[in-house]
Ligand binder design. Structure first.
Ligand code: BGC
Length: 797
C-alpha cells in the first residue's frame, strides 16, 4: 500500500517538476497546426461569412478580376493581446483564390503586386497600428481597358482595430476613404457584377451599397490563418453561406451610445437596456440597414412551427426547416419574445434561443426542438416600480413568441400569458449608480427617467460578512497532492502556509510577463511562483492570450476572430474548434488561455469588438459556453474577460462606466452569468475600468455580491494585467493588493507593477495591510489562496 502511494507521489512530483522547468530551448518552434484544426478553422471561417446582398453574382461563374490592395495586404486578425498569434502560415486572399482554381485577371492582380512593392503597408506600433492601408488609385479607363468578357469584379476592403486602438468616426475607419470610393465608382461603372468583400474586425458604414448599387456584399471578418480557403469556399459555392449578423447595422449616429462613446472620464449608459436591436426594433426600426440575425444564402428555406407547448414551467417549440432551393445549405432558426410594457417598459423583441441546422440537401426537411424557461423573459426592477425592488419580475400580460431567420423576418407562433405579476428571483442591491443620470425607458414611447441610487452602506456589509480564519499550524510538510489523494483537507494544507507563501499565492510571479520559469512566450505564471511553494508540490501554471489563438513563442493556430465565430451561430462547431485548441494548449505545455472576451458590442466603434462576440448577451453567453467547454473538457483552463463593461478602449484604465443595475444585469453581466452557471470557467478576469465609480478589480459588489454569492461562482478571479491601484475609501488601512483581495479578486497578474512606486516589484501592501489595525484579515487571504490552489490541484494529476 505504502509503495503504491509513494509511486504515485513520485510520478506526480516528476510531472510538477516538468511544469516548473519548461524553458525557452525546450519549445519546439517547428510545431504547426493539426489537420483537424485546419479543417475546423476553415469551416468556421466559411460559416462566419455573412452575405448581405446578392443580385445574381455569387457563387462565382467565369472569370474574376480582383481590386483593392487588401487582396494581398490582408487583415487576418485584430491588434493587441487578442491578435498576436505566431501563426504557422498566412496566405493572402489573392493566392487563396488562385489556388482554388478561380480564373483571376492577371493584368489587374499583377498591377497591384507591382504597386504594393513600391508602396508597402505600414506596420505601426502598439496602439498606433494601421486601421487601413492607402488604396492604389484606380481610373475607370484602366478598369475598362483590362476587363475581360463575362468577368465578375471583386473589390476587397479592409479595416482593423484592436486593444488600445478604437475604430474611429473617420474616413479609413468607419467610413470609406476617397480612394476606396473612387475605386468603387470606377469598378461599378464598368462591371455589371461587382462583389464587395469586407475584411474587417467589426461592422462599418454601409451607406455606399445603395449609392454604388453594389450587387453582392460579403462580410468575411478576419478569419485567421485559413481565411483564404474559407472565402474561396464561399465564393465558389463549395460552401453555401450561412453566417448571420451578430450586430445591427445602421448609420453610426443612429446608435444611441455614439454620442457618449469615447468620453474619457465617465460614460453614462443612457440607452439602458436598449442596446443594438433592442433599441432599433423598439424606437427606430426605419434606421436599420441590415438587422440583427440577418444573412442570405444561395438557397431558400421554409421555416414553420409545427408544435408548441407553453406552460408556466417551460416553453417548447418544434420547428420544421425545409431546403426549398437547389443548393445544399444550413439555416439558423431564431426565437425572439416580446413583452407587455407594464411598469418597467421592455424592448419590443429580445433574442432568446436559436439552433443551426445541419447541411440540408435540396428538398430535405428536418425538425428542430427549441426550449426555454418563462423566467428567462423576466426584467430586472432596480427602482421598485413594480413594488419589488432588486428583483427579476415577470410582469402580467402577453409575451408573444416569434420564430424566424432574423429579428425582422419573424412570425408569431404563440403567446405566453402571465396572469399575475410573478417575482422570479429577489437579490440584494449591488453596483448601484453613484451619480444619477437620465436613462431611456419605453413607456409606449421614448422617455427618460432618473436612475435610482445606492441605499446601503458597503462598509457595514463587508464587515458583516468577513470569512472565518483557518487555524494556523507550523509547516507540517504537507504537499498539495496529499489534498488530491484525500489524506489531508485543503484547510490543513492552507493552515500550514506562512504569510509569505500566502502572499505569493495570490499574485503572479516576480518575473512578471514572459516569466522565465514558464513556457516561452507566456503572459505570466501563477501557483508555484516561489521555491517554498514548489517544494509543497504546487505546480507553475502558465497563462497565455488570447481569443484568436495561443499567444506563445511557439507556432500556434490563428483562429477566426470572436465576431466571426459568433456569426456562425453554430455552438457545436465552436465547441469542436476550441476542443482542438484545448489540445494545442496542452501540446504547447501551457495551461490557461486568457479567453474568451465576452463584453457586449455596445457601440460599433469599440476597438476590441473583434475579440468580443455580439451586441446580444444570449448569443455571447452561448458562444462563451462553447469556448470554455471546448478548452476545459480537454484539461485546460479558460478565462472569461473583461468583467465588466469594457465597452471602449479610450482611457480604459480610468473611465467610469455608469450604468443602471437593470442594464448591468440584463445586458452587460448576462453573458458572464450564463457562462458561469453553465460552463464553470476556471477563471474570470476583471477589466480596467470602473463600474459605477469603483475599479472592477476592487468592486466588492461585482465580484463578491453578484459573481460569488448570487451566481455561486467557485473559480478564481484575476485582475487584468497591471491593474490600476488605489486604497479602499471605506478602509484606509486596506491598501492596493489588500483592497482587491477583500473584493475576492484572488490574483494580481502578472505579479509585478509596470509603473509607479512599485514598478517591476512585488508590492508589500497585502502583508502590511494584514498587520495593520482594521486591515485585511488572514481569513480573507486564505480564502483567495484556496481559490488559486483549487486550480493548481487540477494540474497535478
Ligand atoms: C489585456 C488582456 C490580456 C492581458 C495579457 C491586457 O492588456 O487587456 O485582455 O489578456 O493584457 O496580455
Amino acid at each position: 500500500m505504502y509503495s503504491i502511494k509513494r509511486k504515485i507521489k513520485n510520478a506526480i512530483s516528476e510531472h510538477v517538476n516538468s511544469l516548473v522547468q519548461v524553458s525557452v530551448e525546450e519549445i519546439d518552434d517547428q510545431k504547426t497546426t493539426t489537420a483537424q484544426l485546419q479543417s475546423l478553422c476553415r469551416q468556421a471561417g466559411a460559416e462566419s461569412c455573412v452575405l448581405l446582398e446578392n443580385k445574381e453574382t455569387l457563387p462565382l461563374k467565369g472569370n474574376v478580376a480582383v481590386f483593392g490592395r487588401v487582396q494581398q495586404n490582408y487583415f487576418y486578425v485584430g491588434y493587441g493581446s487578442g491578435g498576436d498569434v505566431k501563426a504557422p502560415y498566412r496566405i493572402s486572399l489573392i493566392e487563396g483564390l488562385k489556388n482554388s482554381g478561380i480564373d483571376i485577371n492577371k493584368q489587374i492582380s499583377e498591377t497591384y503586386e507591382k504597386w504594393i512593392i513600391k508602396n508597402p503597408p505600414y506596420d505601426g506600433y502598439w496602439g498606433a497600428w494601421p486601421m487601413n492601408y492607402d488604396e492604389m488609385p484606380v481610373s475607370e479607363q484602366w478598369v475598362r481597358v483590362n476587363k475581360r468578357k463575362n468577368e465578375t469584379a471583386i473589390i476587397v476592403i479592409g479595416r482593423s482595430a484592436g486593444e488600445d486602438r478604437e475604430n474611429k468616426l473617420e474616413k479609413g475607419s468607419w467610413f470609406l476613404t476617397n480612394l476606396e470610393r473612387k475605386m468603387l465608382k470606377a469598378v461599378c461603372g464598368v462591371y455589371d457584377k461587382v462583389c464587395v468583400i469586407l475584411n474587417t474586425g467589426s461592422i462599418m458604414d454601409m451607406s455606399w451599397v445603395k449609392e454604388y448599387a453594389v450587387c453582392a456584399v460579403l462580410y468575411v471578418w478576419q478569419g485567421g490563418q485559413e481565411s483564404r480557403n474559407s472565402i474561396a469556399d464561399v465564393l465558389t459555392g463549395k460552401v453555401c453561406p450561412s453566417g448571420k449578423l451578430p450586430d445591427t447595422i445602421a448609420g453610426i449616429r443612429d446608435y444611441p451610445s455614439t454620442r457618449y462613446f469615447g468620453a474619457r472620464e465617465y460614460n453614462n449608459y443612457v440607452e439602458d437596456i436598449y442596446v443594438g436591436y433592442r433599441y432599433f426594433e423598439t424606437f427606430a426600426p426605419e434606421k436599420v440597414l441590415y438587422p440583427f440575425g440577418y444573412g442570405l444564402s444561395y438557397t431558400n428555406f421554409s421555416v414553420n412551427c409545427i408544435e408548441q407547448q407553453i406552460s408556466e414551467e417551460n416553453i417548447k417549440i418544434k420547428v420544421s426547416v425545409k431546403n426549398t432551393g437547389t443548393i445544399s445549405g444550413k439555416e439558423v432558426v431564431q426565437v425572439y419574445y416580446g413583452a407587455p410594457q407594464g411598469k418597467l417598459g421592455k424592448a419590443s423583441k429580445s433574442f432568446i434561443c436559436y439552433k443551426k441546422t445541419k447541411f440540408l440537401q435540396p428538398g430535405e426537411e428536418v425538425e428542430i426542438d427549441l426550449f426555454f424557461l418563462p423566467e428567462e423573459m423576466a426584467s430586472f426592477d432596480d427602482a421598485g416600480v413594480t413594488g419589488q425592488q432588486n428583483s427579476y419580475v415577470l410582469e402580467a400580460g402577453e409575451y408573444p413568441i416569434y420564430i424566424g431567420t432574423s429579428v425582422r423576418d419573424v412570425k408569431k407562433v404563440a403567446d405566453f400569458i402571465q396572469q399575475e405579476q410573478r417575482v422570479v428571483k429577489v437579490v440584494r442591491e449591488a453596483c448601484p449608480v453613484q451619480v444619477p443620470f437620465k436613462r431611456l425607458v419605453n413607456h409606449k414611447k421614448k422617455c427618460y427617467e432618473i436612475t435610482p441610487v445606492a441605499s446601503r452602506n458597503l462598509r457595514t456589509r463587508i464587515l458583516e460578512e468577513l470569512p472565518t480564519e483557518i487555524g494556523r499550524s507550523e509547516d507540517k510538510g504537507y504537499k498539495l497532492y496529499d489534498v488530491k489523494a484525500g489524506s489531508i483537507s485543503m484547510d490543513q494544507f492552507v493552515g500550514q502556509l506562512s504569510d509569505i507563501e500566502l502572499e505569493a499565492l495570490v499574485r503572479g510571479s516576480e518575473e512578471g510577463m514572459y516569466a522565465k520559469s514558464g513556457v516561452s512566450g507566456n503572459a505570466g505564471i501563477l501557483g508555484g511562483t516561489i521555491p517554498s511553494l514548489r517544494e509543497k508540490g504546487i505546480p507553475v501554471i502558465n497563462t497565455n492570450d488570447g481569443p484568436s489563438g495561443l499567444r506563445l513563442q511557439a507556432h500556434c493556430t490563428l483562429l477566426p476572430i470572436g465576431i466571426a465565430l459568433s456569426s456562425t451561430f453554430n455552438d457545436d462547431l465552436i465547441k469542436s474548434l476550441l476542443s482542438e485548441v484545448g489540445k494545442e494548449l496542452k501540446d504547447r505545455q501551457s495551461q490557461v488561455i486568457l479567453a474568451p472576451g465576452i463584453n457586449i458590442h455596445r457601440n460599433p466603434l469599440c476597438g476590441r469588438n473583434f475579440e468580443y462576440f455580439s451586441e446580444d448577451p444570449r448569443l455571447t453567453g452561448n458562444m462563451a459556453i462553447a469556448y470554455v467547454k471546448g478548452i476545459q473538457d480537454n484539461g485546460g483552463s479558460a478565462v472569461i474577460k473583461h468583467f465588466a463593461c469594457n465597452n471602449q478602449e479610450t482611457n480604459r484604465n480610468g473611465t467610469d462606466s455608469r450604468v443602471s443595475p437593470r442594464a448591468l444585469r440584463e445586458i452587460y453581466l448576462k453573458a458572464f452569468e450564463i457562462c458561469v452557471k453553465e460552463a464553470e470557467p476556471d477563471f474570470v478576469m476583471t477589466s480596467y475600468n470602473r463600474v459605477n465609480g469603483v475599479l472592477t478589480c476592487y468592486n466588492y459588489d461585482l465580484v463578491t455580491e453578484i459573481l460569488r454569492k448570487e451566481w455561486n461562482y467557485k473559480g478564481c478571479v484575476m485582475t487584468d494585467w497591471w491593474m490600476r491601484t488605489e486604497t479602499s475609501p471605506d478602509f484606509p488601512n486596506v491598501k492596493l493588493q489588500a483592497y482587491r483581495v477583500r473584493a475576492q479578486v484572488d490574483l494580481f497578474m502578472p505579479g509585478i507593477a509596470k509603473d509607479g512606486e512599485y514598478k517591476n516589484k512585488v508590492d508589500d501592501t497585502l502583508l502590511t495591510s494584514l498587520h495593520a489595525e482594521e486591515g485585511i484579515s488572514l481569513g480573507e487571504i486564505q480564502r483567495s489562496a484556496m481559490k488559486v490552489l483549487r486550480i493548481c490541484n487540477k494540474y497535478i494529476n
